[in-house]
Design a protein around this ligand. Structure first.
Ligand SMILES: [Zn+2]
Ligand SMILES: [Zn+2]
Length: 288
């Protein structure tokens, strides 16, 4: 059995406060465990609390950190990830890199001496960096497939295989469409979507961006995020057992997200599918 625990489910910027207590305000970070393996999916502000929890295990911490892409909300927790400061710990960062600037440099730059008092190179643990492209890899003995997704810059979706189960993690993704920006007509051209459905096909769990309502998306085309109806239909078409809506908009408070969940559930119900539809919540754990 594998488990996923969400340490940060918010998109774009941390949103602490009384209106985000239920779903949480930290940016993207999830802890994925299978047997003795530890994968960390993205390193947003949620990784700070995960790091504090890992510190209770002592030293000798080893993890593979899969970065979806290098926007701040997916790497901003690294400077505050305490286990990375401790000699004897070992972390390997994986992710797509920009042709103009490698993965290690991009991550290190957010900790330059003007922006932060400690540089990445001065963190005491062993840090390794392995760039990925689209393909199939073995990481810490686990089969990991990757796909380029539709988000500004170079962004990857991941599929991890654990025996007969699999989880797909796609944190930031926009419908693959040939969108006519003048008419704002959506969902034209399904080529990219078909490829994505093939990638996700029959996954046990799909964690996917559902940042917007369909109405909001009309004014945010090219921003790199999905309306929830697209995400639900993606899960249905790919025949996943469980869909977890992720990367909540900073403007959506707990009440709004409850409504979004209800509206998304209606699509599943109308389809007649028994797909389990859940909202990612900071602190929640799912077994699969
Ligand atoms: Zn993001
Ligand atoms: Zn992004």
């Amino acid at each position: 059995m594998a488990t996923i625990k969400f340490w940060g489910v918010r998109g774009s910027i941390p949103t602490p406060g009384p209106t985000t207590i239920k779903y949480g305000g930290n940016t993207s970070c999830s802890e994925l465990r299978y047997k003795d393996k530890l994968f960390i999916l993205d390193a947003g502000s949620g990784i700070r609390a995960l790091g504090n929890e890992l510190m209770k295990q002592g030293t000798g911490i080893h993890a593979s950190i899969l970065i979806s892409h290098l926007h701040w909300d997916h790497i901003q927790g690294i400077p505050f990830f305490v286990p990375a400061l401790i000699p004897g710990n070992n972390f390997t960062f994986y992710g797509a890199e920009d042709p103009e600037k490698d993965l290690a440099t991009t991550i290190a730059e957010q900790m330059n001496p003007i922006n932060f008092p400690i540089e990445l190179k001065d963190m005491g643990s062993k840090l390794n960096f392995k760039p990925l492209s689209e393909g199939s890899y073995e990481i810490d003995g686990i089969k990991v497939d990757t796909i380029f997704i539709n988000h500004p810059g170079y962004a990857l979706g991941y599929k991890l295989h654990f025996d007969d189960r699999s989880i797909v993690y796609i944190s930031d993704n926009e419908p693959f469409t040939a969108v006519d920006k003048n008419s704002k007509e959506l969902y034209i051209g399904e080529n990219g979507t078909e490829k994505l459905i093939d990638f996700i096909k029959d996954a046990t769990v799909l964690v996917h961006d559902a940042q917007y309502t369909p109405e909001e998306y009309k004014n945010r085309v090219t921003w790199g995020h999905s309306p929830y109806d697209y995400t639900v239909n993606l899960g249905l078409k790919a025949n996943v057992n469980q869909l977890i809506l992720f990367h909540h908009d900073p403007m959506h408070d707990d009440e709004y997200l409850d409504t979004l969940h209800d509206d998304a559930q209606k699509i599943v119900k109308e389809s007649g599918s028994d797909m389990d539809l859940l909202m990612a919540r900071e602190g929640s754990i799912f077994e699969f």
